[in-house]
Design a protein around this ligand. Structure first.
Ligand SMILES: Nc1ncnc2c1ncn2[C@@H]1O[C@H](COP(=O)(O)OP(=O)(O)OP(=O)(O)O)[C@@H](O)[C@H]1O
Length: 236
């Protein structure tokens, strides 16, 4: 066993009136796929946002290479690739412009040739000059995910439902890339509602509900399900 590269210690998170989880602990070695699982509203996206430093916990800390992420700040972010629920794709820019700008925002040194290779990897070579506003939901997701093909040297990938809206080929391509990243010593942490089709990876499954001090009532669950449906419809 090697030393953990990522550690979560005593993490407690509240949203609104609810404590989503309390005293969560886990440690992740290099070369691990971490699947964050559980029902709608359990706190999966919230956990990812805490791990990126976009949100602060009520208690506890997150350490990257032994340093709290709040202290490591820019050093930590330079080692992180986060792709959230929203694609961050700009409708009025072309596909290639979106990829180049996303890369620049993430401080990746990507040439146009590399961006074109990434678009070929996600199956969008025929769409490079098309405005993103004319793409389907799955194609938009592919534009956002193209960044991963430019982020092989970035050790930590945090991905919120990356397989959503992808077709069978898209899922297979992404699963292969994730498998390669993990086998090269990277850490990929993702929220997904299905089994991750990545073979032979060291797998850690985290379920925020396991750390929840209070079981949600049926009404709270129904409200969370309704909110998830609404978000899904809005994304279509
Ligand atoms: N901005 C907010 N303010 C207050 N509460 C929020 C906010 N965003 C989310 N929540 C609540 O926090 C809880 C966890 O939300 P989160 O998005 O982390 O769940 P999730 O497990 O990712 O759900 P899903 O599977 O539906 O995406 C939910 O009960 C939700 O209503």
């Amino acid at each position: 066993m090697s030393d953990p590269i990522l550690e979560v210690r005593g993490l407690t998170c509240e949203r609104g009136e609810r404590t989503l989880f309390r005293g969560m602990n886990f440690a992740v070695e290099p070369g691990t796929l971490v699947r964050v699982a559980g029902s709608n509203g359990a706190g999966k996206t919230t956990l990812l946002r805490l791990l990126t430093g976009l949100m602060r916990p009520v208690e506890g800390e997150i350490l990257w290479r032994g340093t709290p992420i709040a202290k490591a700040a820019e050093d930590f972010w330079s080692e992180l690739c986060y792709i959230g629920h929203r694609n961050g794709v700009k409708d009025d820019l072309s596909v290639i412009e979106n990829v180049m700008i996303n890369a620049r925002v993430a401080s990746l040194k990507a040439t146009e040739a590399e961006a074109l290779d990434a678009l070929a990897a996600v199956g969008l070579s025929d769409f490079i000059d098309v405005p993103a506003g004319q793409l389907s939901q799955g194609q938009r997701r592919r534009v956002a995910l193209a960044r991963l093909w430019l982020s092989r040297s970035v050790p930590l990938w945090i991905l919120d439902e990356p397989f959503t809206a992808l077709d069978v080929k898209g899922v297979a391509r992404l699963a292969t890339l994730i498998g390669e990243h993990v086998s090269e010593g990277g850490v990929v942490m993702l929220v997904t509602h299905q089994e991750v089709p990545v073979e032979k990876a060291r797998l850690l499954v985290i379920e925020p509900e396991t750390w929840s001090p209070v079981r949600r009532t049926a009404v709270e669950r129904a409200l969370d399900d309704a909110a998830a449906d609404e978000a899904e419809n809005a994304a279509r």
